[in-house]
Write a protein that binds this ligand. Structure first.
Ligand SMILES: Cc1cc2nc3c(=O)[nH]c(=O)nc-3n(C[C@H](O)[C@H](O)[C@H](O)COP(=O)(O)OP(=O)(O)OC[C@H]3O[C@@H](n4cnc5c(N)ncnc54)[C@H](O)[C@@H]3O)c2cc1C
Length: 402
């Protein structure tokens, strides 16, 4: 067993950390206050990232690179795009989660396209910024319950329905929309469709005000007789009751470790800054003295270190499995459940430890506590991740354990 991080990814980690320090942190508070204002500073960054990915022989990092490496050597030691993305995003989110979520062309929809599009579609949608629209007023955790419909009419599908809470829904070039070909046939009839921004019948209704990640926009979009070319359906148009949700759900095996990585980043940021502030007040928390001689505050810091490290190991394991073609649904959910919960706990606990410096806007600690909350909610809540893990461990289907 080799637990060291791959050396070939060191420069990527360093570059991401540099972006977090030099680009994100200086504008972090600005876009927390200026909710719904697009962070123009990210345009240049996105172009640099595109360039770096193009020239990267190892596959590159980022949402559009996330893929389960089917057919890779079982038990191999490949460290590819999943590992690179997880490590890079941990650093970026050490800088700012909201800004990381709104880097152009790094949307959840890009990950969906990478996971299920065919070759022709991958080429056609390359270089576009893609949001992902699953959630509806009547369907959140229970995504099998979605009501948005897609009816075939000649060479087009006609979409009708309302999608809410779409990250980057107002900024992305395209939106990957989950809709049902036949609501009577349940989850296997749910397919994803790529809809171009500006398509007639697609209406941006509003942007939400949020607790945290305010640099990232969250949109409601209405589809009314919205005609989408037939070729924009991702994956197979057949309704295969045996495959069920399989096709559209693949995306999450790749993206949940990435959300876990975001949690690691913001958790580490809080812990590091808290250590610095407490050190100024004479509390060490750096393993300088034995546990029996440490203060209660120091002991808390050690416990939080352990929580974060446990989450980190689960996260890189889930990403490594994806890079090596090993089914990782259980591990991806374990990583997200652990990291989301750890980050929520750590960021809030750090506020408590720093008291006034924790809750005022002098420090970013209060912002990080607000930003971290969503990481335990979107892409499946804490409870849903645990449900998925339980199903896998007990060998139960979603109908048997819900
Ligand atoms: C800022 C933000 C960004 C988002 N971005 C996107 C996006 O880009 N695309 C998108 O499609 N969606 C997005 N979402 C939606 C997000 O994925 C959902 O909010 C999430 O899946 C939970 O759904 P819900 O809010 O309807 O809660 P509900 O499903 O109503 O859940 C309410 C509570 O009940 C619990 N619960 C539900 N079912 C069970 C169960 N079976 N067992 C135990 N507990 C259960 C949940 O854990 C939760 O605590 C975003 C949401 C936010 C707030």
């Amino acid at each position: 067993m080799q637990l060291e991080l791959p050396r070939k990814l060191n420069s990527l980690i360093e570059q991401a950390h540099l972006v977090a320090t030099e680009v994100f942190r200086p504008i972090s508070r600005k876009y927390d206050r200026a909710e719904h204002e697009y962070p123009v500073e990210l345009d240049m960054l996105a172009s640099v990232m595109d360039g770096m990915n193009e020239g990267d022989a190892s596959g590159g990092a980022g949402a559009s690179k996330l893929k389960q490496e089917r057919g890779a050597d079982k038990g191999g030691v490949r460290n590819g795009s999943n590992m690179a993305t997880v490590l890079g995003l941990t650093e970026l989110c050490w800088g700012d989660v909201g800004l990381a979520l709104t880097i152009p062309r790094q949307g959840l929809g890009n990950a969906a396209i990478a996971a299920v599009a065919n070759e022709e579609q991958s080429q056609r949608f390359k270089g576009r910024w893609a949001a992902m629209a699953i959630t509806e007023p009547g369907a959140g955790s229970d995504s099998a319950n979605i009501r948005t419909s897609a009816r075939l009419d000649g060479d087009h599908y006609v979409l009708n329905g309302e999608k809410i809470f779409i990250t980057a829904g107002g900024r992305a070039d395209i939106v990957v929309v989950w809709a049902s070909l036949d609501p009577a046939r349940g989850r296997s009839a749910i397919k994803s469709f790529v809809v171009e921004k500006g398509t007639p019948g697609m209406q941006l209704v509003r942007l939400d005000h949020k607790l945290g990640i305010r640099a990232s926009d969250t949109a409601t979009i209405l589809f009314t007789d919205c005609r989408v070319p037939k070729e924009n359906l991702l994956g197979s148009p057949e309704i295969d009751s045996k495959q069920g949700f399989g096709g559209v759900m693949q995306t999450f095996d790749n993206t949940r470790p990435v959300v876990a990585a975001m949690a690691l980043g913001v958790g580490r940021a809080s812990l590091e800054r808290t250590r610095e502030l407490l050190r100024q007040r004479g509390i060490l928390g750096g393993y300088e003295r034995a546990l029996f001689g440490s203060t209660a505050a120091e002991a808390e810091l050690y416990r939080m270190d352990a929580e974060l490290e446990a989450a980190r190991l689960l996260t890189i394991k889930a990403a490594w499995m994806a890079d090596n073609g090993i089914p990782n649904s259980k591990e991806a959910s374990m990583a997200k459940a652990k990291a989301g919960r750890a980050a929520n706990f750590i960021t809030l606990r750090c506020l408590q430890l720093c008291a006034a410096s924790g809750v005022t806007e002098i420090e970013l600690l209060e912002k990080w506590a607000r930003d971290s909350k969503i990481l335990d909610i979107f892409e499946g809540t804490q409870q849903i991740q645990l449900l998925i893990v339980a199903r896998q461990l007990l060998g139960k289907s979603s109908a048997e354990l819900r």
